[in-house]
Design a protein around this ligand. Structure first.
Ligand code: GLU
Length: 307
């Protein structure tokens, strides 16, 4: 993201937090990130080896993992502008995975990568894997691999609290609707709702900024992301209508590194079984108001042993 974009994104989050603090009535969600004490610590599998994975071998000899994430998605992938600390459900998934791959917490580095740059970042080795509301689909599978899914979201709409006309994507004709370049919701908006006026930015926080300042009538992306923004500014923002797609979240890995992909599939299942997944969800994404669902079955595509 360009510097001005990053500054704007930080400003938006700060503005949303301030708004929420100023307008927060009793019972409204807390504006802070997850409480560290409610987060599980993940057991590091110190004896873990994955010699068949070029990505794992390179990370091991380098001494740390670099994971691509988001930094402006409340309760999912959020960077505290003051401390630089990342938090959220996707960050917890990234930590669980690194522990299973044998990397201690101090050897995990995050790198913010926008939706449009995920495939390139994985292809050119900037990151070892990516955890950031990344929908698994066949088009992307031509460029990267996916472990998971570890959660299923759905495309939805975020509008201002004073909006009465938008109840679903059918009401978007002639309206300016913001989404993010390189995302599945932008693609679906353009393809299935061509009468809407699509506006694209690099990040959802810039879209929310545009919504709060009446530059656009709605923001569209996954309900998880939109609920986070709405939970932080409940007097300003609300979701409209029902989700209208399925967005299975995967962990992006370099294409062809099947050993890494399948090791992460095993790790996801292990952390779902031992309760880490639910604890992490409750401490993060669960705080935007939706109780933990049953996690979806992982899809070991191309191996003949899917779920
Ligand atoms: N899950 C959707 C996608 O992967 C939207 C969220 C995002 O842009 O990260 O494109």
């Amino acid at each position: 993201m360009p510097r001005t974009g990053r500054r704007l994104a930080a400003l938006t989050l700060a503005a949303v937090a301030l708004l929420a603090a100023a307008c927060g009535k009793e019972g409204s969600p807390p504006v802070k990130g997850p409480r560290p004490e409610s987060l599980p610590a993940y057991t590091v599998d110190t004896g873990f080896r994955l010699p068949d994975s070029p990505t794992w071998r390179a990370a091991k000899s380098r001494g740390h993992l670099t994971v691509g994430v988001k930094e402006d998605q409340p309760y999912l992938g959020e960077k505290d502008p003051a401390t630089g600390v990342y938090s959220g459900f996707d960050i917890e998934i990234a930590k669980m995975m690194s522990a299973s791959l044998g990397f201690a917490p101090g050897t995990l580095a995050y790198r913010t990568i926008a939706s449009a740059n995920r495939e390139t970042a994985l292809q050119n080795g900037q990151i070892d894997y990516y955890v950031g509301t990344y929908t698994i689909n066949d088009l992307r599978k031509k460029q990267v691999g996916f472990a998971g899914p570890y959660y299923i979201a759905g495309q939805s709409l975020l509008v201002r609290k004073d909006e009465d006309d938008i109840h679903g994507p059918q009401d978007l004709a002639g309206k300016r609707v913001c989404s993010v370049a390189g995302s599945t919701p932008l693609r679906r908006l353009r393809k299935d709702y061509p009468k809407a006026v699509a506006v694209a930015y690099d990040t959802y926080s810039i879209c929310v900024d545009n919504l709060l300042s009446y530059q656009v009538a709605a923001v569209t992306t996954d309900d998880t992301i939109l609920m986070g923004f709405a939970a932080k500014a409940p007097d300003e923002l609300k979701l409209a209508g029902r989700p209208f797609s399925e967005e299975p979240y995967g962990i992006g890995v370099p294409r062809g590194d099947t050993a890494l992909r399948l090791a992460l599939d095993d790790a996801i299942e292990a952390h779902e079984r031992n309760g880490d997944w639910k604890k992490a969800y409750d401490a993060t994404l669960g705080r935007s108001g939706v109780p933990a669902p049953k996690p979806p079955a992982v899809d070991r595509y191309g191996t003949g042993r899917s779920a």
